[in-house]
Design a protein around this ligand. Sequence first.
Ligand code: ADP
Ligand code: MG
Length: 385
Amino acid sequence: MTDIRDDVAATFTELFGYEPSGLWSAPGRVNLIGEHTDYNEGFVLPLAINRRTVLALGIRDDARIRIGSEFADEVVEIALDELAPDHLAGWSAYPLGVAWALGEHGADLAAVPGVDIYLDSSVPVGAGLSSSAAIESAVAIALNDVWQLGFDRQTLAKVGQLAENRAVGAPTGIMDQSAVLLGERDAAVFLDCRSLNDEIVPLGFAEADLQLLIIDTGVTHAHATGGYADRRKSCEAGAATMGVKALRDLTIDDLDRAREVLDDETFRRVRHVVTEDQRVLDTVRVLREQGPRAIGELLDASHASMRDDFEISVPELDLAVETAQANGAIGARMTGGGFGGSAIALASSSDISRIQVAIDGAFAEHAFQQPTMFVVTASDGASRE
Ligand code: ADP
Ligand code: MG
């Protein structure tokens, strides 16, 4: 962390020729449970992690934005009055889309000064840990501060989502930005994606001597296309046939009728979402009543549902989960949108290295690309440094 912060400030000065007026950062997130429930207006339980995107920002005396990233060769420059979602492309669509989306939420972009931004990140890209929400949220809180917009964090989450939906073109829900903006140390964010009501739920992992291991399979996913859009369509069709506004409105008791009126594939998509919503509610209750050691079965059941009903897992994710479970994890599941990305395993600290060795061995045996594994802790959300 400290390294990135120092480097970001130094590179900003090298690149733009003056010292930044401040540093802001935003974490990645991992979803503990509640997958593909957000756009069905249901429940999710993500946490902010101790990997962050850090940016340095300086104020200009004209109305232009320049932005550079450790990840990119070029500095992108645009006038504030040229910001339009259809004109933005590539990596800079995320941060510049946020500047545009602030305008859509009522910021007067004709009255604010231009800015220079340089950023770097320790959130792995495309691993299902939402490097996208990290970059969006870091930019959102920074511009909210220096442009003195006074938006609350819930509004900034919507700003990030709008940027991702319109400027990037990825039809994602509100979960990622909410986790990244609202997260707290050793806690998860319980989010009702209909009311947008959010509640902090203490995890107590450290006290229970548990650690959360991320297993990044390195298999890449394509959120904006393909499977994700298909699943959304199935969910919408299922809700329409069942006569409800969103799958959130169904409960386990409705599944018998769903089986009768829906085709088999749509039924299984619906069953995943309905049971997953219930698992999120159960996880929150179990965390509060029994503590984190009791949530393992819910994590395991979530994975089985995504593998068999929603069909968004891949062999690498299944292998990571099964190997973790067989080597002492109290629970494991794929996390994120699916079709690659990461799995999580919750385990006693003393079992973590055994699990890692076993997963490495299993991946080698299957001739899968070596996964990247690291422990994360639940951390504070986006902030000024
Ligand atoms: P995920 O959010 O799962 O990491 P996405 O495909 O949603 O994956 O978002 C990743 C994209 O976000 C990258 O391809 C890049 O365009 C952009 N991005 C994320 N972090 C940075 C960064 N530090 N610098 C530049 N672009 C970034
Ligand atoms: Mg993303």
